[in-house]
Design a protein around this ligand. Structure first.
Ligand SMILES: Cc1cc2nc3c(=O)[nH]c(=O)nc-3n(C[C@H](O)[C@H](O)[C@H](O)COP(=O)(O)OP(=O)(O)OC[C@H]3O[C@@H](n4cnc5c(N)ncnc54)[C@H](O)[C@@H]3O)c2cc1C
Length: 388
């Protein structure tokens, strides 16, 4: 059985050596994906009986945290492949069989990515401004989506579009070489520059009815919070939280080592003995340890059979990504002016960690969910906000 933690640790060390260059070039780390494929990491969450590694969410989260410390872009992009497959694998363990073709495809080497984001609908994944026109045997889709991580290498694409007849939201999967489907490099960003989160173009793409996994009616409100929903959102939130905590832990290691090994001229003791540095280290730990504990708590509750609620899951993600960003800020303060030089990876950590807030649920959306749940307000209660 593969020791995934050791594998992730070795890969993180290897990826760290080229992470700076990947960031500067803003290029997708194809060689890192090759290495992940070589060691079986891309099939780690596929059920063992279908040729995968059978890794659970706790293992995957721990590995993603480690890999993010080496190259955050590689970890985050890979997350888009792993989280959906992993969530489906939990369903498989619970007796659900619908995703078997996906597991076989991934076990055979497929890289899965997707975009649920249209320019016009932003992070609201329950609607799409991409029209799907019903035709004989399926739909014809024209339009454009954005933020498709892994775009340079994915072999299977997931996306959403709205049925122009019924308004229903369709989730569909297509092979990369589907006629009319193309990927456009628009990814020139401040953070996560190596994720290859390109735009996706649909030029009169035919989507066969069999490729449409489900259709949901946006007017019906959010889907019932069932086991499938919980798994999908828990895998996404916990793995994303782990990626950003991994960046923060890498920044801490650097900052702690920096102040411990630096003794300025005229001083007898290293910089780490300055009260300001001692307090900074404490404040960083007081940010990160509760966030890490929340991730562990969520994992333990799920392992004990609990179905987490949306507010539980969003609390984990919100706390982790915001604690991670605040901790990295403090690491930069500890290191001082040398922290903004590109010779140290700290300025990359500082930029990358800022992207955590944008993954769904974004900070503001999470605050609304968590606040409503705390005050006992139905998440669907209308009016959303009182007028007086
Ligand atoms: C590095 C990276 C990789 C990504 N990879 C993928 C991927 O592979 N696939 C994919 O589908 N997506 C991906 N995303 C996209 C992400 O999931 C979001 O869909 C995207 O960031 C939303 O864009 P936006 O913030 O401009 O959204 P907008 O909806 O335009 O939001 C703009 C602002 O308004 C706020 N806002 C919007 N709606 C509400 C609301 N209802 N209540 C309160 N505030 C609200 C938001 O919080 C945000 O601050 C990625 C994002 C990043 C940063």
């Amino acid at each position: 059985m593969t020791d995934w933690i050791s594998t992730a640790t070795e890969l993180a060390d290897e990826f760290a050596k080229r992470a700076g260059e990947i960031d500067r070039e803003g290029r997708f780390p194809v060689e890192n994906l090759d290495r992940l494929r070589e060691v079986g990491y891309l099939t780690a969450v596929v059920p063992e009986e279908l040729g995968g590694g059978g890794a659970d969410l706790a293992t995957m989260a721990a590995c993603q945290k480690i890999i993010a410390g080496g190259c955050a872009s590689t970890a985050l992009a890979t997350n888009m492949h792993l989280f959906g497959v992993g969530a489906a694998a939990e369903g498989w363990a619970a007796g659900e069989r619908a995703a078997e073709p996906i597991f076989r495809m991934v076990a055979g080497g497929a890289v899965v990515g997707g975009s649920l984001t249209d320019a016009a609908t932003g992070l609201n994944v329950r609607t799409s401004s991409t029209p799907a026109v019903p035709v004989d045997g399926g739909y014809r889709i024209s339009g454009r989506k954005s933020f498709c991580s892994l775009a340079p290498v994915l072999t299977f694409f997931w996306g959403t579009a709205a049925d122009t007849g019924t308004g229903r939201l369709l989730l569909f999967g297509l092979p990369r070489d589907t006629p009319g489907l193309s990927f456009v490099d628009t990814w020139d960003t401040m953070a996560m520059r190596g994720t290859g989160s390109w735009d996706v173009r649909f030029d009169d793409v035919f989507v066969p009815a069999a490729a449409v996994q489900r259709g949901t009616d946006p007017a019906a409100g959010p889907p019932v919070w069932d086991a499938v929903q919980e798994r999908t959102f828990a895998w996404f939130a916990v793995s994303v939280a782990s990626v950003y905590l991994g960046i923060a832990r890498a920044a801490c290691r650097l900052a702690y080592e920096y102040v411990t090994s630096r003794t300025v001229t005229g001083a007898t003791l290293p910089m780490s003995r300055q009260p300001a540095q001692v307090y900074s280290a404490a404040e960083i730990e007081l940010l990160l340890r509760p966030a890490e504990a929340l991730v562990s708590d969520g994992l333990a509750r799920r392992a004990a059979g609990e179905r987490l609620q949306p507010a539980d899951i969003q609390t984990i993600k919100y706390t982790a990504v915001n604690a991670a960003a605040a901790a990295v800020d403090r690491c930069v303060r500890m290191v001082g002016g040398h922290g903004i030089f590109r010779t140290l990876p700290l300025e990359r950590f500082y930029r990358d960690v800022r992207a955590g807030q944008f993954h769904p649920p974004s900070n503001d959306v999470a605050l609304e969910t968590i606040g409503r749940a705390t005050l006992g307000i139905d998440p669907l209660a209308e009016p959303r906000w009182p007028a007086d």
